[in-house]
Design a protein around this ligand. Structure first.
Ligand code: FMN
Length: 167
């Protein structure tokens, strides 16, 4: 599969089969996260690996959609601002880095046929409690990681003419 095919194939999977994810597939996805580029190579992120079995109640506290804990795994990416590269105007890049890491996770999973869905609409307070996150480790995004039980939908996007500023 080439990159264009991968981009076209990815979609937000919101229904999962409970079938296990191979440890080799998980390792490949985590390695893609580790190899993501970060500003000044600071790598200001932490990955949270959640094995969902028996943790449905806790997962529903993080994000209350039934499909969130339906896959065998959930991965979270946290930003660590204290480790982020800071531009001279003060802009900290840790969250940008963490977003790139999540995109690597999602694209690597897609290549294996695994389903994912960006989840940012989680409850940050409950998330910190459930995952025992230390101070300074800010959850940025989660995704289930598992086998899709739904079908891709047609992509609805703005036309490029609206998105590209020709200067
Ligand atoms: C930063 C970000 C946050 C998102 N948060 C959620 C979320 O909390 N819940 C959800 O169901 N989808 C979430 N999505 C998925 C988007 O709704 C989805 O990517 C968009 O509608 C395009 O659909 P597609 O992913 O199927 O191409 C999020 C996507 C991004 C990029």
């Amino acid at each position: 599969m080439n990159f264009s095919e991968l981009v076209a194939m990815r979609y937000s999977v919101r229904d999962y089969r409970p079938d296990p994810v191979d440890e080799a597939d998980l390792a490949m996805v985590l390695e893609a996260a580790r190899l993501a580029p970060t500003a000044c190579n600071k790598q200001p992120f932490r990955l949270v690996l959640i094995r969902t079995h028996g943790r449905q109640e806790e997962l529903q506290r993080i994000y209350g959609r039934p499909w969130f804990g339906a896959a065998p795994l959930v991965l979270g990416v946290c930003a660590v601002e204290a480790e982020g590269w800071v531009r001279r105007d003060g802009k900290n890049h840790a969250e940008i880095d963490a977003a790139i890491v999540m995109d690597h996770i999602i694209m690597a999973a897609t290549e294996r046929g695994l389903g994912t869905c960006w989840v940012c609409n989680f409850d940050p307070v409950a998330t910190r409690e459930v995952l025992h996150l230390p101070d300074g480790v800010e959850p940025l995004a989660f995704t289930p990681l598992g086998w899709p039980a739904d079908q891709a939908r047609a992509k609805v996007r703005k036309p490029l003419a609206e998105l590209v500023l020709n200067r």
